[in-house]
Design a protein around this ligand. Structure first.
Ligand code: SF4
Ligand code: SF4
Ligand code: SF4
Length: 286
């Protein structure tokens, strides 16, 4: 079992060193908020590092916040250097963003955490953790904790099998029913590290093929379009599904494409630092 208190102290010590030596301008980690809920924390001063914690509720993929740190904070300055606490699933996102030239490796310090798994608000393990075989980050500058001895599950896609067993008409009805519950709040898009367009094509009011309406047809296009934009880029962090206030099973869509990309190209987004985005490679080989 993780010694959360010891790991908390180790994270604080790392953060203290990095900030006091001027090696980073900000440490992105976790803190416990006033209502007792673990949430992202942004630490800019070594005097504040004791806010940082590590526990089983450190669920957020903090790499998403690197998008806010890509530009200089003031005119004429360099972009900030940032340390970020990453679990193994989050660390794959660093590789995706490096491959897509969204972040510069030399400006990022990854505090990698060997992971015992995380739990949701109900105290139960998140679905992503029950099927996870990666307990050490794929990229880090320092590794904290001891990886647990877990075996990857034999069948990684039992959830997809249930949907695929449905006749096509029933499957379509299932998805349209799910899309109908979507309130188009865009939380799934905002939390996704792979969704970083300045203006999302699904939120423009002058779209030719898709608009911002809340009819089922518009929501259908939004969800299929977003899933396809993430094809070969989704790292299966399940953050989109976790934050959805309506409980849409978005991981079923994403993982369907993950499985397809794996079967066709033997490609897993973010597993290696040098891996080029699959659609860039595919396009370049034509
Ligand atoms: S999916 Fe794996 S790496 Fe990510 S939080 Fe769960 S156990 Fe940890
Ligand atoms: S978070 Fe859920 S409700 Fe909001 S847009 Fe995404 S799928 Fe729809
Ligand atoms: S689509 Fe969902 S599971 Fe995939 S990277 Fe984005 S937030 Fe994570």
């Amino acid at each position: 079992m993780s010694d959360y208190e010891a790991l908390t102290q180790q994270i604080r010590e790392q953060a203290r060193q990095l900030l006091s030596e001027g090696r980073v301008d900000c440490v992105i980690g976790y803190e416990v908020g006033p209502r007792g809920v673990t949430r992202p924390a942004f630490i800019y001063d070594a005097a504040d590092v004791d806010r940082l914690v590590w526990n089983a509720s450190c669920v957020h993929n903090l790499v998403t916040y690197l998008h806010d740190k890509k530009k200089p904070q003031r005119r004429g300055e360099e972009p900030p250097r940032v340390a970020v606490v990453v679990k193994p699933c989050d660390s794959r996102t660093i590789n995706v963003l490096l491959a897509e030239r969204q972040i510069a490796r030399e400006r990022i310090f990854a505090i990698g955490m060997a992971c015992e798994g995380t739990v949701g608000a109900d105290g139960e393990p998140l679905a992503r953790c029950t099927r996870c075989g990666d307990r050490v980050p794929v990229v880090y500058d320092v590794l904290l904790g001891e990886p647990p001895n877990v075996s990857p599950p034999q069948d990684d896609y039992p959830d997809l099998a249930r949907i695929e067993a449905m006749p096509p008409a029933e499957r379509l009805a299932f998805w349209l029913g799910e899309f109908d519950r979507c309130i188009r709040c865009y939380a799934c898009r905002q939390v996704c590290p792979g969704c970083y367009c300045t203006t999302c094509m699904f939120e423009r009011d002058d779209g030719l093929w898709v608009d911002i309406g809340i009819e089922v047809s518009g929501k259908h296009i939004f969800h299929l379009g977003r899933a396809l934009h993430l094809a070969g880029r989704c790292v299966e962090c399940d953050e989109c599904e976790r934050v959805c206030p309506m409980g849409l099973p978005l991981s079923l869509l994403n993982r369907r494409l993950v499985r397809e990309v794996d079967a066709t190209f033997h490609y897993h987004a973010g597993r290696e630092e040098t891996l080029a985005p699959i659609l860039f490679e595919f396009g370049g080989s034509k």
